[in-house]
Write a protein that binds this ligand. Sequence first.
Ligand code: SAJ
Length: 441
Amino acid sequence: MHQAEHTGTIKKLEARFKDRSARVGILGLGYVGLPLAVEFGRRGYRVTGFDVSPQRVRDVRRGRSYVSDVDSRDLARLVRSRFLKAEERFDALSEQDAVVICVQTPMRKTKEPDISNIVAAVREIAGRMRRSPLVVLESTTYPGATEEIILPELQKGGRRLGRDFFLAFSPERVDPGNPVYKIANTPKVVGGADPASTRLASALYAQVITKVVPVSSTRAAEVVKLLENTFRAVNIALVNEVALICHRLGLDAWEVIGAAATKPFGFMPFYPGPGIGGHCIPKDPQLLSWKMKTLNFDPRFIQLASTVNGSMPEHTVRRIAALLNEDRKALKSSAILVLGAAYKPGIEDYRESPSLDVMDLLLQAGAKVRYHDRFVPRLEVRGRTLRSVPLTDAALRSAACVVILTAHAGIDYKNVVRRARRVFDARNATRGLISKNLQRL
Ligand code: SAJ
């Protein structure tokens, strides 16, 4: 196929994106893929969602949303009107003009990226490419992964970029539960493996997202995402260190940070805590770090931030032990009531939550740990299953120390301070309260 035909292919595909006759496939219907599928369906595209989970496919077919940001009524309406369907099998990939990969990319325990889900997804696509599709990776990964891993897979069998397929990376910026920023009004960065891919990815996303930000390559787009979240991890580490400094200076870190935050320019507040959780902030800097080490570059700043953040659970437990000491109690055999298991307020996700690290350390020290979190009815820690206990005055009084690790709203923290013998607040949930039995991180 010579240049004119290539141009023809690009123009045809671009036209189908713009007139929304294009078929859009979303591979992976999680907290990123399902909202994206709904957004494309809502704009009139015929969307096919693919997921290896039979439960998720059943739920989507029944119009039952399992993602907080997707309303089941919207989902049901799109499924009923056939703008959205869900498949376990991958056959329908061959009918797609665009395929967006939104699969999980965890880190292995060895702190190495696990891209097996991406490779599996790409192999399913590579075996079914009859329409010269645009393939977009949204899953967060290390710099270079799109062109070092995905591109060769798609090129197998002599297929050519720009003729038989197009390839781009476009980082997801889904912020579950964010009341202001949804998919349509969050600018979308796109970087293509070649200019045509950047153009096509921009054309596709421009139909559903107000602002598209093209960058020069897939690698640039990959690093944009990692910078966004490394920026957070590093600044959280800074304020965690400020908390350690303030403790030694006898200062209230929250007062200091709150006052600094009154600076209307050149400052952005972050707040200390018992550590960092979730599937983005702990992981994304490690992706950058891992890649740079393979290139013999030592990203010391990123590693130092990870060390500081990683030390916060232990620091939290040391502070609890010191508080019990004032009552001549040891951690061992003391009843500790933890408030908050989720990794951040208002959500039920407790994966990688620092609360788990703190509870694990408390159990290791022999403490009798109970927790209350209305969003997290049960959890596993140190091989045990714990269930959330009702937050009663009796539960508060019977604890040697109540420890606030996630500042969920809807809790009467004033009553917590009034009823509990000791309170250690790692999240400033008791802001403004002063009491002899209360200490903050
Ligand atoms: N944390 C602190 N202090 C802070 C902010 C966060 O200790 O000042 C802790 C949180 O408690 C949590 C962890 O860090 O355990 C991560 O918190 P997060 O607010 O960064 O929330 P995430 O993990 O849900 O991050 C997501 C990211 N979104 C995407 O990657 C698309 C991040 O880029 C968003 O900025 C963030 O949501 C957000 O702002 O809510």
